[in-house]
Design a protein around this ligand. Structure first.
Ligand SMILES: Cc1cc2nc3c(=O)[nH]c(=O)nc-3n(C[C@H](O)[C@H](O)[C@H](O)COP(=O)(O)O)c2cc1C
Length: 309
């Protein structure tokens, strides 16, 4: 924030919010009916396309409870896919050992043995899928980042292919924000990508929803390849727009943080239930009885349908 509290023009979070709010939704009421939010991710059914975020180190904000466990339990109650971020095996193991379907996102550590060790551990402890957040390779001084004392490093297609080949679990590349990286993710054998700017790590980053249609088009013919999105999703309407532009499922992070930190599992259940209800309402208003009917034709931007050529 600058002195007058206005966001900097380079702030990808503000740019993303503005883009999300510039997209409008077209009504289609005749013949419409109530909707189902059921979806299938990597062959498993979930009750909603909203997913938990890959969070970490939440003890910095909530010292009395294990907030990562709190949201994991909310994922179970709501039938959602859970995600977790950076953490040593003992911390993440506690979550995996609940048996709740969880994607573990591993950091792009310079210590590659650590990556392989976390892959093997997660598979043994029943992870649903694995990932690596490529958007945390660089710090903001142009060097490889040091995250909680751990050095990160560059990740080549060959490195990523080696991680993919080290596990039977689906592997997701998190932090893709270009067609180039999406195609490289396909090349390395990943089963999916999460289109994200990781809460605005890169200044002037393209809003995920702006580039999502091009990415989805580029990977459309890759069988079983899933495209997820996160970054600034804060309502059922934001989820609707994400699905309409091609996402299979949508991560919600900071928007549920106040509820998580104040009221734990109950707070998250209440927050996500509200978003589910808003999504279901919008599906009713737009004549979409199922998630697959949410199409780009329902969105408008700058006074015209987004799907118009
Ligand atoms: C406190 C916090 C911790 C995070 N830790 C991780 C992490 O360890 N690994 C990761 O891939 N992303 C991490 N993220 C990024 C989120 O997974 C997500 O990509 C980002 O916050 C954008 O989504 P949002 O706008 O819904 O919060 C973290 C975000 C926050 C706010």
């Amino acid at each position: 924030m600058s002195e007058n509290n206005a966001p900097r023009p380079s702030d990808a979070n503000a740019i993303t919010r503005q883009y999300l709010d510039s997209i409008l939704i077209e009504e289609r009421l005749i013949d419409a009916q109530t909707a189902s939010l059921e979806t299938e991710i990597f062959g498993t059914k979930f009750c909603t396309p909203i997913m938990m975020p890959a969070f970490s180190h939440l003890y910095r904000y909530q010292k009395e409870r294990n907030a990562m466990m709190d949201y994991t339990l909310a994922a179970k109650e709501l039938g959602m896919l859970n995600w977790v971020g950076m953490g040593e095996n003992d911390v993440i193991g506690e979550i995996l050992d609940t048996g709740i379907q969880t994607v573990r996102v591993i950091k792009p550590y310079a210590d590659r043995d650590k990556i392989f060790d976390q892959i093997a551990f997660s598979e043994e402890h029943g992870a649903f899928a694995l990932g690596l957040d490529i958007d945390h390779i660089f710090g903001n001084n142009g060097e490889y980042d040091v995250v909680f004392g751990e050095l990160m490093t560059r990740q080549t297609v060959d490195d990523l292919r080696a991680y993919v080949n080290a596990t039977k679990l689906p592997f997701v590349i998190k932090g893709v924000l270009s067609v180039t990286d999406a195609l490289k993710s396909v090349e390395c054998g990943a089963r999916g990508i999460l289109v994200s700017h990781h809460h605005g790590r890169m200044p002037f980053a393209i809003p995920p929803l702006m580039i999502l249609p091009a990415i989805c088009e580029a990977v459309r013919d890759v069988e079983g390849f899933e495209v997820f999105v996160d970054s600034g999703i804060a309502s059922g309407a934001d989820v609707f727009k994400s699905l309409a532009l091609g996402a299979k499922a949508v991560g919600v992070g900071r928007a549920m943080m106040p509820a998580l930190l104040t009221d734990g599992t109950e707070g998250v259940v209440s927050c996500v239930t509200g978003m589910n209800q808003e999504l279901k309402t919008l599906m009713g208003y737009t004549g979409c009885a199922s998630l697959s009917e949410i199409r780009p034709e329902l969105l408008w931007k700058d006074g015209k349908p987004m799907a118009a050529k």
